[in-house]
Design a binder for this molecule. Structure first.
Ligand code: TMP
Length: 215
């Protein structure tokens, strides 16, 4: 596949969804063909799975069921949307991907990062991101940000205790250590315009280093 696959990761309230739009605009202005999407979701079947996973009334959902549903949504999203775009040479910007499963289900739910990686390997067939931007902000500050945004929908994972979000944050630090080539850290604990600037600079540098020509 000759496209370029970029994922955005971070805990709740890290600002990645907003930054994704600026990155898309920036890349489009430079002449790239860009597809933006999100997980879980992005296509009809995966959006339906998203509703099942995130419904606040599904309090009895087993951790492994949750991990398998994320992986199933991921698989369908890749096949229907991401693979075709990468084959056409597009830049794909995806809000969350496998690192979310490793952090939330593997580490915070304590299912094991290796175990969760292996069920995901079945789903993704080696399609790892070329670049991942991790938006770094402590859960306390991130959750404070979302609590002041009244329009944001609250999902089942938002309602987890602080300890869970702390573990998610810890897991991302481990992932950054484990994949230093792929995962670049963006300081998300600054005004949004600065976060956007840093993300654009990091992305542009990465594309240049990998000789993906900016037109
Ligand atoms: P978001 O669209 O607000 O990021 O919500 C998706 C939620 O799902 C968020 O709490 C992170 C969580 N999630 C996982 O736990 N595992 C995953 O693999 C993905 C993609 C998301």
């Amino acid at each position: 596949m000759n496209g370029y696959f970029i994922t955005l990761e971070g805990g709740e309230g890290a600002g990645k969804t907003t930054v994704l739009k600026s990155l898309r605009n920036e890349l489009q202005e430079k002449g790239f063909d860009v597809l933006t999407t999100r997980e879980p979701g992005g296509i009809d079947i995966a959006e339906k799975i998203r509703q099942i996973i995130l419904a606040t009334e599904h309090t009895t959902m087993d951790g492994r069921t949750e991990a398998l549903l994320y992986a199933a949504a991921r698989r369908q999203h890749l096949v229907e949307k991401v693979f075709p775009a990468l084959r056409k040479g597009k830049i794909v910007l995806c809000d969350r991907f496998i690192d979310s499963s490793l952090a939330y289900q593997g580490y915070a739910r304590e299912l094991g990062m290796d175990e969760v990686f292996s069920i995901n390997q079945f789903a993704i067939q080696d399609c790892m991101p070329d670049l991942t931007l991790f938006f770094d902000i402590t859960p306390k500050k991130g959750l404070k940000r979302i609590s002041s945004n009244k329009d944001r929908e609250r999902n089942r994972l938002d309602l987890e205790e602080m300890h869970f979000h702390e573990k998610v944050y810890e897991a991302y630090q481990l992932l950054v250590e484990k994949f230093p080539e792929r995962i670049k850290v963006i300081n998300a604990d600054q005004p949004l315009e600065r976060v956007e600037e840093d993300a654009i600079t990091t992305l542009t540098r990465d594309l240049k280093e990998k000789s993906i020509e900016l037109r």
